[in-house]
Design a protein around this ligand. Structure first.
Ligand code: SF4
Length: 257
């Protein structure tokens, strides 16, 4: 499956299950997915081997100009936003001008859509760069943590670099609670290997990471669209609710989407 790529810098506004009326901002190329993960459930499809070398990124200036034009239009149409959301064709924090882009977006939000949040959906792999964390804590950051064990992390997220789950958890602790965790639950099989992050041992290990990270909220969800790996199964709401309840027992807010 090729997956679906966004074909512009700004898209929407769309109605988002988690974020309300959300204007999408895609910092990444429109012709190729640009990501440090290769998640088995990615709606953009598989990450190509040399995508980072092939990718042509938009500049911070191009992004802020497109955003400003769309915000002026939406204001003229009296359309209000709940969120301006960095998502799209890969991992936004990989953009080399990410910090500048966040600063520009805050300025434009204050001018044209002061009631809107700025949200960043991130896979948590670029947190070794302190300026990335500094930029993320200024906005509504929603950080990925899909696995409890290293083994399941490698199976589900398939990192393109050598990053480990343990390193990611250490970096997430640096937010000192100023973060939301997003976790995708799935079950399936790849090349004869079983993949299931809902089994007890996995959930237990994932809960221990949450205790260490102390996020202000956890967003729990499962597949919404057809994933690149066909043998992947959606986890239904009652089972997600059981997992969410275990998070709430730790005095951490949890919602199922
Ligand atoms: S982190 Fe997001 S964009 Fe990257 S592979 Fe996973 S789901 Fe796709």
């Amino acid at each position: 499956m090729a997956g679906t790529l966004f074909d512009s810098i700004i898209f929407g506004p769309l109605s988002s299950r988690r974020l309300g009326t959300s204007l999408g901002i895609n910092l990444l190329p429109t012709t190729i997915k640009f990501c440090s993960f290769n998640c088995i459930y990615c709606e953009c499809g598989w990450t190509e081997t040399n995508s980072i070398e092939k990718a042509q990124l938009y500049t911070a200036k191009e992004i802020s100009t497109s955003l400003e034009e769309r915000l002026i239009y939406l204001k003229e149409q009296n359309i209000s936003l709940d969120s301006m959301t960095f998502a799209g064709n890969g991992e936004p924090t990989m953009h080399p001008q990410f910090v500048e882009i966040i600063e520009d977006t805050i300025r434009l939000r204050d001018l044209f859509a002061p009631n809107s949040k700025i949200s960043v959906l991130s896979n948590s792999t670029m947190l070794g760069k302190p300026h990335v964390i500094e930029a993320l804590v200024k906005v509504n950051n929603i950080m990925k943590l899909d696995a409890g064990s290293e083994h399941m992390f490698q199976l589900i997220n398939k990192p393109k670099n050598r990053i480990t789950l343990g390193e990611i958890v250490e970096q997430l602790k640096k937010f000192q609670g100023q973060l939301i965790i997003q976790s995708m639950f799935v079950r399936g099989e790849m090349e004869g290997v079983s993949i299931d992050n809902t089994i007890d041992s996995e959930v237990e290990a994932w809960l221990k990471h949450l205790v260490a990270i102390q996020p202000k909220e956890v967003m729990i969800y499962s597949l919404d669209r057809r994933p690149p790996l066909a043998l992947l199964e959606k986890i239904m709401e009652p089972q997600l609710e059981v997992i969410a309840e275990r998070v709430r027992q730790l005095n951490i807010k949890a919602s199922v989407y």
